[in-house]
Design a protein around this ligand. Sequence first.
Ligand code: IPE
Ligand code: IPE
Ligand code: MG
Length: 232
Amino acid sequence: MSGDNSLPCHVAIIMDGNGRWAKQRGLPRFEGHRAGAKNVRRVVKAFADCGVKYLTLFAFSTENWGRPQEEVTGLLHLLSQSIDEETQHFHQDNIKLMHIGKPDRLPLELRRKVEAAIALTKDNSRMTLCLAFDYGSRAEIVNAVRRIKEDDVSTGDIDEVVFSSYLGTQGIPDPDLLIRTGGEMRLSNFLLWQAAYSELYFTPVLWPDFGKKEIDKALLDYRQRQRRFGSL
Ligand code: IPE
Ligand code: IPE
Ligand code: MG
């Protein structure tokens, strides 16, 4: 941890507001998700151009399975399509892909696509793009506890560093800046452990409208924060 906050090393975003974006236009919710998926490319490019090293995007939560079947199917379809359309671009831009969340509930074909995209881009070094899909922080924490137990780690050896190494975000620094679009001011089960000292930025701008200008505003706001990590 350092006091230098000219630029966040890791930005995490709760991409919220697609449904309302569509509603405002009298369109079905799916059109909002489609516009939201399209926005991912320009946001990834903008953060990579700024020099941010890690970008984590919350695309689908463990709770989002509770939405109507039609919407869930649409979101799975969009993820699949985005991987098809974007992986080569990300690869050309030297961006490494990773996934956090449960892989096993995704359709097999989609899981294979995700794995292939991760394998293709594994040696890229400009920025790591971490996609949180079927991700829930509580499930991630419970899963870490289970695996620690399975590995027979002795009680005295369990500390924060060891515990972190059992989370999906293992090896990547905690987010410096956590952005939520769409106006809600809550974490909705996103990175509860990792965001312990993240700077939080909430904007009413809906995700499909969150572009370069909004990113610059968020980064400017971040630069003005004073991070103390409990010290003086
Ligand atoms: C975020 O947009 C995308 C997902 C949660 C999958 P929403 O679909 O939650 O949009 P709103 O909040 O209804 O506007
Ligand atoms: C959070 O948004 C999850 C994602 C953006 C993927 P939700 O729309 O699901 O959150 P709530 O229901 O408003 O808390
Ligand atoms: Mg929402």
